[in-house]
Design a protein around this ligand. Structure first.
Ligand SMILES: N[C@H](CCC[C@H](N)C(=O)O)C(=O)O
Length: 268
């Protein structure tokens, strides 16, 4: 069976996106893992199936590169909306799309050429001053679980080594966690490097991580603004905007098509 796919990049977080509105495509976790493996597969941080929804523009099924269903992916959501826009899935109105993911409703807007804004869930479960692996950690859930560590020299951090150790602290994070290293760069900006659960290494960007970094930094008084520029490993910038009560949270930034192709299921 030949399957066509589109590869998208959300600020460097890359995804294989497949139109499965006919629900004809069934991929096993092992097949998805092989497809996402770099050099021997297509290579991606995750694989997204766009499926029909009774209520919204579409339903997003997000799998991490390990093949398993992930929790919310902010950059994946923004890429899914850009993909829906380019293949002509009807918008809710104008440039506004709605979709469902993990049982939640999401609203998003295609702002212009290769730029998508996504309304995120209100954060939950703020935790402060956890002492993990010799680091002072903070944690919250922005649709996905995130640990946060403040660093003065972000370039010097061994993100894979430290991130992996904290990611596996199931005494604190029963389902594991994504791990973010943050350097505050101004009252309204920060730089971020993320170790992603399910990819099990540093990725070039993480949307729910950018949101987690901005919200926690504002809550701790490290960032005064409620509009925060987050520079990620790829060099791109994601923007996080929110109100003081943090029940209105938005993530914006680049989402672009990198290439289109096809593969056969039998090959994987
Ligand atoms: N890259 C994603 C996060 C994926 C979450 C995934 N790594 C998990 O913990 O299931 C983002 O842009 O928000």
């Amino acid at each position: 069976m030949k399957i066509t796919f589109t590869k998208l990049s959300g600020a460097g977080n890359d995804f294989i996106v497949i139109d499965n509105r006919a629900l004809a495509i069934h991929l096993t976790p092992l097949q998805i893992n092989k497809l996402c493996t770099r050099r021997t597969g297509i290579g991606a941080d995750g694989l997204i199936l766009i499926e029909p929804s009774a209520t919204f523009s579409f339903s997003m099924k997000y799998h991490n590169a390990d093949g398993f269903l992930g929790s919310m992916c902010g950059n994946g959501g923004r890429c899914a909306v850009y993909f829906a826009f380019t293949i002509g899935i009807p918008a809710a109105s104008g440039n506004a799309y709605t979709f469902e993911a993990n049982g939640n409703r999401y609203d998003a807007w295609v702002l212009g050429e290769e730029n998508v804004k996504l309304k995120m869930l209100a954060p939950q479960g703020f935790k402060e001053n956890l002492d993990l692996e010799g680091e002072q950690c903070f944690a919250l859930n922005t649709g996905s679980p995130h640990a946060i560590i403040y660093i003065s020299d972000l370039d010097a951090v061994d993100v894979n080594k430290k991130g992996s150790a904290i990611r596996h602290r199931t005494d604190f994070f029963p389902d594991g966690t994504n791990v973010n290293f943050i350097e505050i760069t101004s009252p309204n900006s920060l730089a971020l490097r993320t170790f992603e659960r399910g990819v099990e290494e540093e990725t070039l960007a993480c949307g729910t991580g950018a949101v987690a970094a901005a919200l926690m930094s504002h809550k701790l008084g490290k960032i005064s603004s409620t509009t925060v520029q987050v520079t990620v490993k790829s060099g791109d910038t994601l923007e996080v905007e929110f109100n003081e009560s943090m029940d209105e949270v938005f993530l914006s930034g680049p989402a672009k098509i990198i290439y289109e192709g096809s593969f056969t299921i039998e090959g994987f």
